[in-house]
Design a protein around this ligand. Structure first.
Ligand code: GDP
Ligand code: GDP
Length: 439
């Protein structure tokens, strides 16, 4: 599972600017057209081969100057609970404030790795101000300027250095058994479906002992399926009040998604697709995980005609386009309708993620498809695709097409190839990679 770094600090110290600088993008996980929801800052970083995600928890609390201490508390608690490491940002132009003191105190007690970041050091003059942050008792302050980029390389070095050792073999031990995450917005029916899966008599096979935090994987053997459920919300000690707070649920979704192979995305049939569903979907996509969509509370829907079902399916695929090749099930966690089917489908998707098409078969089919519809010529030159192979040991099915001019094969043609692959072999529910390489 990926490591997560959370950025905390009071409003206006430059958290979101720093986030953008570190992830080098404006990454709103909510698609802008969906509207209403605030930016949720979530990005993935690869720094010298170490990969981790960064979350700006400030994106979830009200961003005004008279922020309540209680809101900061929530932000910081959330970071302590979920993150592997915390970046505590303060404002070097402003100096230490009461709120900074307050946050520092909570962080000191948490025993999480914390890096103190003194932001807005735009020039050397401001460096003198940085020393005053030693009073926070969190060690050396790291001077940076999120606006100019000063100090951010050193900061990332330190981030990587301080990352707790990954519970390395935990993931290895889990290898051959699928890991499922149940995700969806509050009240979609996540805990209900988990209860429907495992009921009162839980066939827990083992609990793998966690290292830095409690294990989030619990192994089940149910209906003949052996699988892990990823539990970051705490299936056993769920705090309903907290779970209803949107940003808690989003951070937990992120963690669950990162830790899983296949995500079971719960959608509330009585509400249809909303912005939050789309943003969770895009998190699943960005992490390249498998997907099964459950239109839940189907028992409450009166019109179950084939047209109504069709309409539901079309709407979902439209909102999730261009990725449309995934299973959609109509479930009721309450009456347990199609609960077995959900697990069966999730297991299938897991299988699809690991599907290996024999090279000869792959070439026969794909070279024919390419001959029928070759890549468009560019300035009188022709792209010739010679053969195709699957990359061994990749996270998800990865196809490599060898050709003379790989850079000339553009997105539409890659999509054509992907569609052909999906037509001929079952990759339902899983993203696939299509790469062009020079031969
Ligand atoms: P957040 O509320 O903590 O997320 O803070 P923002 O990232 O929204 O930044 C608050 C304000 O501080 C904005 O006007 C930023 O342009 C400004 N700011 C952020 N980083 C720097 C910096 O390194 N130097 C200066 N001078 N201003 C900064
Ligand atoms: P979570 O917040 O996603 O974990 O959602 P819950 O499992 O707590 O469910 C929220 C509410 O919806 C509860 O009152 C459930 O009883 C109800 N609920 C969940 N699934 C279904 C379903 O399939 N049908 C009906 N009628 N109610 C459901």
């Amino acid at each position: 599972m990926g490591q997560m770094i959370a950025i905390v600090g009071r409003p206006n110290v430059g958290k979101s600017t720093l986030f953008n600088r570190l992830t080098q993008s404006r990454t709103a996980i909510v698609d802008e057209t969906a509207g209403t929801t605030r930016d949720r800052q979530y990005g993935r970083v690869d720094w010298n081969g170490k990969e981790f995600s960064i979350v700006d928890t400030g994106g979830w609390v009200v961003n005004s100057d008279d922020v309540f201490e209680s809101e900061i508390n929530k932000q910081v608690e959330l970071a302590i609970e979920q993150a592997d490491e915390i970046l505590f940002v303060v404002d070097a132009m402003n100096g230490v404030t009461d709120l900074d003191d307050h946050v520092a105190e909570i962080l000191r007690k948490s025993r999480k790795p914390v890096i103190l970041v003194a932001n807005k050091v735009d020039s050397n003059d401001w460096l003198y101000n940085v020393a005053e942050f030693y009073s926070l008792g969190l060690g050396d302050p790291y001077p940076v300027s999120a606006v100019s980029g000063f100090g951010t390389g050193d900061l990332l070095d330190e981030v990587v250095r301080k990352l707790p050792e990954k519970p390395a073999d935990e993931e290895d031990q889990l290898d051959d058994i699928p890991k499922f995450a149940i995700v969806g917005r509050p009240n979609a029916g996540k805990s209900s479906i988990i209860n429907a899966f495992i009921g009162e008599d839980r066939h827990i096979v083992t609990d793998i002992a966690g290292t830095t935090r409690d294990s989030i994987y619990t192994r089940y053997n149910k209906f003949g399926f052996d699988f892990y459920l990823v539990d970051t919300a705490g299936i056993r000690k769920k705090n309903k009040v907290q779970e209803d707070i949107e940003y808690y649920s989003v951070i937990r979704s992120i963690r669950s998604i990162e830790a899983s192979d296949v995500c079971i995305l719960m959608i509330d049939a009585t509400r249809g697709i909303e912005a939050q569903d789309v943003s969770i979907f895009s998190l699943i996509q960005r992490n390249r995980k498998g997907l099964v969509v459950c239109v839940n509370k189907w028992d409450l829907v009166t019109d179950k005609s084939p047209q109504a079902i069709r309409h539901f399916e079309d709407t979902i695929r439209e909102r999730f386009a261009p990725f449309t090749d995934f299973p959609i099930l109509f479930t009721s966690a309450l009456t347990k309708q199609r609960i077995y089917k959900v697990l069966e489908t999730a297991v299938e998707v897991y299988g699809n993620r690991r599907r290996a098409v024999p090279t000869s078969q792959l070439n026969t089919v794909m070279l024919e498809a390419i001959a029928a519809y070759p890549p468009p010529a560019n300035k009188g030159k022709y792209v010739k695709i010679k053969y195709v192979t699957m990359l061994k040991g990749a996270q998800i099915p990865t196809f490599i097409f060898f050709c003379n001019l790989p850079q000339w094969v553009k997105e539409p043609y890659r999509r054509y190839l992907e569609n052909k692959i999906r037509e001929h072999w079952d990759f339902s529910g899983t993203p696939i990679n299509v790469y062009m390489r020079e031969k």
